[in-house]
Design a protein around this ligand. Structure first.
Ligand SMILES: [Mn+2]
Length: 347
């Protein structure tokens, strides 16, 4: 069994490979609070473009995640969006590549900086209401944006230096929950196998991504799990990040990565949620589904979105006010997904 770029996206993949190959100076960006997929794709793109003699810089709406810095050749490839260097670089560029989102609000302060540039958008999220305009390689069937970028680099015939392979591997590994979520397909494994055969150091990557957390993350996890709540009659479990400790520890949203997997891991849970009140009187909610509930639609009721099995929303108001309404909506979504006759049937 070998991997081939799916037929339905092959033409667009070639177009994107050409657009990238013809650029001279490129701005790379991704969504607010970049994850392993966004950061991994940026690192892979940077190295791949460099291999073809094309200059690129990463200009993100929020800082490049510390835990993925090892994928970069140095921190000078990242430009802080809050400094004048960002608009200056964007003005001198001839292409912007947006990875792991296609939505203008998700790139935050970067949107006005790249509004005049031709854009390539590579993403695997369900399209939302405020799409960016450009050449779109968007496919929700891809396990990660890294899968689509792998297609693009394959179509271009490489090159495949180590940083390209490591970035793509991290993108796919993190978005599939280390190959255990339902988006992990034969394609995910075949691509991973190809990257391994090209020399990716699996043990080193796993160690860097999963065994280098700061102590504050574990302290925050302990306190967050203390706030676990459930409604198992309706297949719900949720946790709430204690705001005072989050502030006291100077934690970042990066520290919360994977917290929602704990309520999700309880037997009988169909929808898991993580609540966090932010400093500006908003509440962030992460949704995970391990049953038939489409949490992209559930998050959409609150102005958010994402994927069918993983989504998020930022809702106005303090957590005590927001949480009851979200839980009520989740309850309704579970009941609607089960249908009246199968209400008590386990998933
Ligand atoms: Mn992704």
């Amino acid at each position: 069994m070998s991997y081939r770029t799916p037929e339905h996206r092959a033409a667009r993949v070639t177009e994107v490979a050409d657009a990238l190959g013809n650029a001279r100076r490129v701005v790379l960006t991704t969504h607010i609070n970049a994850d392993g997929d966004g950061a991994g794709c940026e690192a892979a793109l940077l190295a791949w473009l460099a291999g073809r003699g094309i200059e690129a810089r990463i200009v993100n709406p929020t800082p490049f995640p510390e835990m993925f810095e090892f994928l970069l050749p140095g921190l000078d490839v990242v430009i802080d969006a809050k400094t004048p260097a960002a608009p200056a670089y964007c003005r001198s560029a001839d292409l912007a590549v947006v990875v792991d989102t296609g939505e203008a609000p998700r790139v935050g302060r970067i949107n006005p900086l790249i509004s005049e540039l031709p854009k390539v958008i590579i993403d695997h999220h369900q399209p939302g209401d405020s799409p960016l305009a450009g050449l779109m390689l968007v496919d929700t069937q891809a396990c990660a944006t890294g899968e689509l970028l792998y297609d693009v680099i394959s179509a271009a015939g490489g090159p495949w230096p180590q940083p390209v392979c490591a970035g793509l591997y991290v993108a796919i590994m993190t978005d599939t929950g280390s190959f255990r979520f339902s988006n992990s397909t034969p394609a995910s494994h075949l691509i991973a196998a190809d990257l391994l055969s090209r020399g990716v150091n699996l043990e080193d990557i796993f160690e860097r991504v999963h065994a280098t957390w700061p102590l504050r993350r574990i302290q925050l996890l302990r306190a967050t799990l203390d706030e676990l709540d459930t409604d198992l009659d309706h297949g719900l479990a949720w946790v709430t990040v204690p705001r005072s400790l989050f502030v006291e520890l100077r934690a970042t949203s990066e520290d919360l990565e994977g917290f929602v997997d704990y309520p999700r891991s309880i037997r009988g849970v169909q929808v898991a949620m993580l609540f966090r009140q932010t400093d500006d009187n908003h509440t962030k909610v992460s949704f995970r589904s391990s049953g038939p509930v489409d949490v992209n639609a559930l998050a959409g009721q609150f102005g958010g979105g994402g994927h069918i099995k993983a989504a998020g929303a930022v809702i106005e108001g303090p957590v005590d006010q927001v949480r009851p309404a979200v839980i009520e909506a989740a309850r309704a979504a579970v009941l609607a997904a089960a249908g009246p006759a199968q209400r008590d049937t386990p998933p």
